[in-house]
Design a protein around this ligand. Structure first.
Ligand code: BES
Ligand code: MN
Ligand code: ZN
Length: 477
């Protein structure tokens, strides 16, 4: 899919299809279009579409009229319209399209153009069925022309880079867990590094042993797949301390000896979506060539039950020196993240943001709309909230008071790895907070937002838009 900027109104464009946006109770400027709208009893409600052929005054073969409801158009209404537009383009087999000027309440043209590019490109994502060679997606748009008063091409490039990062995250998430192993993720990270000339370091289990990462290593004891700790550095920001992103990379979470129930267990292949999203963000940032320093750290393991797996009751010593009583082997995410978070100190981070499908409890609390955010630095939490709103990939903050931390008390180690039934998302974050005292840190729980189940089963690419926007926002300010 290629993107172009056009400075002309849609009726000047000759090609396959022009889009015409229509609000309720607003007469269309084009009189012929207006009479066709009336003739077809088109009401321009949100979600209404009307495909017209050979409209007088238009040079395109077809005109797609899209209803937007009452003006003004909100950001959410705009997002819905773009998703609908993508699906109509696909079902109507449109090859090239021109998208006219549109106002979105409270947003500037840059935002509008990059959002159009991101959403259309993201809609073209398709996972190959395993064993079937990549076919060219012949039913989808080849060229998109977006109206812009000024140059606009940089905004479009930003949208495309974000969508490409989302595609990487979605692909890694959707791949089956017998293919997407820790070793496979490490190979994909190396590919990304060679594509953009990044520094790449991959620690093997023996290296991690030397560093004292016994908490991380305890999770993969029962697996035939060796654990990896991947780090990638993108340095284009001079002497500034890097933004460090850490992503949970459990390529399959069976629960271990604290085995999960069978139904829906296949979805635990998505337990590496944190890892996938930080790699996707690196891809987006490097593709844009942003003037920043960005490091991503990915602890990746498989959590399996076996004779040599860790048991409930085991005590391990983390890299930080703090000891952990493993009361539930299914609370494994925090066990790999705590060592990765200690490891991050060597990068002298400006901030550290970890991203993880950490708790089922966050789905109970927030559903599938917002990711959960918790932080030891309110400014960082606020920045993430703002970047999330602007990217329409939002977070909702949960508390981190000491009272919750007390639930992690253990009689046999410095802490237990679970806090009981209450406030599961918060106690998981409290556990991580014990390893992040030396820097400004935020934790994003994406268990509800990283993938969809049911008929729409698939990775969403979230929170790549949020993280990419966050990095962009650090440059401007
Ligand atoms: N990967 C899961 C969290 C999860 C569960 C994500 C369901 C998406 C859907 C995590 O490793 C886990 O198992 N967490 C436990 C923690 C509990 C044992 C304290 C959970 O949420 O049940
Ligand atoms: Mn688990
Ligand atoms: Zn997990």
């Amino acid at each position: 899919m290629d993107f172009f900027v056009t400075h002309q109104t849609a009726d000047h464009y000759s090609g396959d299809c022009a889009v015409a946006f229509a609000f309720k109770d607003t007469i269309n400027e084009n009189r012929i279009l207006q009479s066709l709208i009336e003739l077809n009893r088109f009401e321009a409600s949100e979600g209404d579409t009307l495909m017209l052929s050979q409209v007088d005054g238009y040079k395109t073969k077809r005109v797609l009229v899209m209803g937007l409801g009452e003006a003004p158009l909100s950001n959410k209404g705009f997002l819905k319209a773009l998703k609908l537009l993508s699906s109509v383009m696909e079902s109507a087999k449109v090859k090239n399209v021109v998208i006219p000027d549109i106002n979105v309440d409270g947003y500037d043209d840059s935002w509008i153009q990059s959002t159009i590019a991101r959403e259309l490109k993201n809609a073209s994502y398709k996972i190959d069925k395993v064993g079937i060679k990549k076919e060219k997606n012949t039913t989808f748009l080849e060229a998109v022309n977006i109206f812009s008063k000024d140059n606009g091409i940089n905004d479009i490039k930003k949208g495309v880079a974000t969508a490409n990062g989302m595609a990487l995250a979605r692909e890694l998430g959707d791949l089956p867990p017998n293919i997407c192993t820790p070793t496979y993720i490490a190979e994909r990270a190396q590919l990304l590094a060679s594509k953009y000339n990044l520094k790449c370091e991959i620690l093997e289990e023996s290296d991690m042993k030397t560093l004292g990462m016994n908490s991380l290593l305890s999770v993969s004891l029962g697996s035939a797949q060796p654990a990896k700790l991947i780090s990638l550095n993108y340095s284009n920001g001079g002497k500034e301390d890097p933004i460090v992103l850490v992503g949970k990379g459990v390529t399959f979470d069976s629960g271990g000896i604290s085995l999960k129930p069978g139904s829906g267990m296949d979805e635990m292949k998505y337990d590496m979506c944190g890892a996938a999203s930080v790699l996707g963000t690196m891809s987006a940032v490097a593709e844009m060539g942003l003037k920043v320093n960005l490091t991503v750290v990915v602890p990746t393991v498989e959590n399996m039950p076996a004779h040599n797996a860790s048991r409930p009751g085991d005590v391990v010593k983390s890299m930080s020196g703090q000891t952990i009583e493993i009361l539930n082997t299914d609370a494994e995410g925090r066990l790999i993240l705590c060592d990765a978070l200690t490891y991050c100190e060597k990068f002298n981070p400006k901030v550290v943001i970890d991203v993880a499908t950490l708790t089922g409890a966050v789905i109970v609390a927030l559903g599938k709309h917002h990711s959960g955010v918790m932080s030891n630095d309110q400014n960082l939490a606020d920045s993430l909230k703002n970047s999330g709103m602007s990217a329409m990939d939002t977070v909702w903050q949960l508390p981190l008071d000491d009272e919750y931390d007390e639930l992690l008390k253990s009689n046999f180690a410095d802490m237990a790895n679970i806090g009981g039934r209450e406030a599961g998302t918060v106690t998981a974050a409290c556990f991580l907070a014990r390893y992040t005292k030396n820097y400004s840190w935020a934790h994003i729980d994406i268990a509800g937002t990283a993938w969809l189940g049911g008929a729409k089963k698939g990775a969403t690419g979230r929170p790549v838009p949020l993280l990419t926007q966050y990095v962009l926002d650090q440059i401007k300010s």
